[in-house]
Ligand binder design. Structure first.
Ligand SMILES: Nc1nc2c(ncn2[C@@H]2O[C@H](COP(=O)(O)OP(=O)(O)O)[C@@H](O)[C@H]2O)c(=O)[nH]1
Ligand SMILES: [Mg+2]
Length: 329
C-alpha cells in the first residue's frame, strides 16, 4: 500500500535515495536494537509483544506470573530490526517465594541489558489507582533508569475522557526536567495504536546493522515453545492458586515420519495438586492435552502425538533447588 509507505517514509526524514544493499535495505541508516517491555504483571506486555511481532510468541493469561523468563520477539522491516524483550513484570506477591524473587530478578536484569525501556501500563487499572505512576517511577529510579516511552494499554476498556488525565499524569510524574515522554495509548488486544507505537519505537533504536537473521522470530527453542503452550493451556483450565505452582518440562522429543512425538511433565508443588491436574477419570489432563496438541499442531504445522504426565516436586517454588528441578534457571 502506497499510503502507508509514504507514512513511514516521512518518519525519520530519510530521503530514500541512499545506497541500498542487496536485500533492498537502506543500510546507511538501518536501525536495530533491544527494547524491553516492562511494567506490572497483567499490564498486557506479552499480548503486546505478540502484536508487535505479528506472531504468537509469548503466552498470555489474565493471571499473574504467566511470563516466567524474558523472551525475545524479533520484527524486521526494510528499515529496522526490533528485538523486543518481554519480561515477567513487577509482581507484588503475598508470598515471598523463590519463584517470585527469580521472576523479579529476571525483570530487572532485562531492564539493564537493553537499548530502551518501554513502560506498559494497564490504563484501565491505573484509572482507579492514581498512585500507580509514582510507584512505577520509583521502580525505575531505584535502578537509576528511565523509561523512553510510556504505553497506556487496554484503552478498549476505557472511555475516551479517562485517557487525558492519565496522559497528564504520566507527563507530571515522568516528564520532569528532561522534557515530556512520548505517551502512546493502545489496545494490544485489538491492535489499536500499535502501528503508531512501532513508529515511535523505531526512533529509539540506534543506527546499527541487523543483529539477527531477517526471518528470526524468537530466541526460544522449539521445546521451550512447546512447554510454554502446554503451560498456557494448563493455566487456562486450572483454577485458583494452582497455575502459579505448576511448571512444564518436555522430557522426550522425537521427530518421526508421522510428525512429532512429545512427552512432557506437568510439575505440581503438592501431593493434593496432582489429582486436581489429572481430574476425574483423567478428564482434566485430557482436556489440557487436547487443547495443547491442537495449538502445537497449528504452530509447528505437523501432526503431534502429545503425552502428558503429572509429577510432584514438593514445594518447588520455595527454593532454588526446587526451581532447578522443574527446569527454571
Ligand atoms: N481488554 C484488553 N485486555 C488486554 C489487552 N492487552 C492484554 N489484555 C489481557 O490482559 C491479560 C494479561 O495480559 P498479558 O499479556 O498476559 O499480561 P502481562 O502479564 O503483562 O504479560 C490477558 O487476559 C490479556 O488478554 C488490551 O489491550 N485490552
Ligand atoms: Mg507476560
Amino acid at each position: 500500500m502506497d499510503s502507508s509507505k509514504s507514512d513511514l517514509d516521512g518518519l525519520d526524514g530519510s530521503p530514500g535515495d541512499l545506497p541500498q544493499d542487496g536485500r533492498g535495505k537502506n543500510m546507511e541508516d538501518f536501525r536495530a536494537g533491544f527494547v524491553a517491555l516492562v511494567g506490572d504483571t497483567n499490564a498486557g506486555k506479552s499480548t503486546l509483544l505478540n502484536s508487535l511481532v505479528g506472531e504468537r510468541i509469548a503466552i498470555t493469561a489474565a493471571k499473574p506470573q504467566t511470563t516466567r523468563r524474558r523472551i525475545q520477539g524479533i520484527r524486521t522491516s526494510d528499515r529496522a530490526q526490533f528485538v523486543f524483550v518481554d519480561t515477567p513484570g513487577f509482581f507484588k506477591g503475598h508470598t515471598r517465594s523463590e519463584l517470585n524473587r527469580t521472576l523479579l530478578r529476571e525483570a530487572y536484569d532485562a531492564m539493564s541489558s537493553v537499548d530502551s525501556l518501554v513502560l506498559v501500563v494497564d490504563a484501565s487499572r491505573a484509572a482507579k489507582d492514581r498512585g500507580r505512576f509514582e510507584a512505577l517511577k520509583r521502580v525505575f529510579e531505584e535502578r537509576g533508569m528511565q523509561p523512553s516511552l510510556v504505553v497506556l494499554n487496554k484503552v478498549d476498556l476505557l472511555v475516551k475522557e479517562a485517557l487525558l488525565p492519565q496522559i497528564a499524569e504520566v507527563d507530571r510524574v515522568f516528564g520532569g526536567d528532561s522534557g515530556s515522554l512520548p505517551v502512546i495509548p493502545i489496545s494490544a488486544k485489538t491492535g489499536d495504536g500499535v502501528k503508531l507505537l512501532l513508529e515511535e519505537i523505531e526512533r529509539l533504536l540506534p543506527v546499527s546493522p541487523p543483529l539477527f537473521a531477517d526471518d528470526a522470530l524468537t530466541d526460544q527453542s522449539e521445546r521451550e515453545i512447546a512447554e510454554e503452550r502446554i503451560r498456557e493451556q494448563a493455566i487456562k483450565f486450572l483454577q485458583q492458586e494452582l497455575p502459579y505452582q505448576i511448571a512444564v518440562a518436555v522430557e522426550q522429543w522425537k521427530e518421526t515420519e508421522r510428525g512429532l512425538e512429545i512427552s512432557a511433565a506437568i510439575y505440581v508443588a503438592r501431593d493434593n495438586h496432582k489429582p486436581m491436574v489429572i481430574g476425574k477419570g483423567g478428564a482434566m489432563i485430557k482436556k489440557i492435552g487436547t487443547a495443547a496438541r491442537l495449538e502445537l499442531e497449528r504452530f509447528f504445522g505437523t501432526h503431534i502425538n502429545l503425552q502428558l504426565f503429572v509429577s510432584v516436586k514438593k514445594d518447588w517454588p520455595q527454593s532454588r533447588a526446587g526451581l532447578h528441578r522443574v527446569g527454571i534457571k
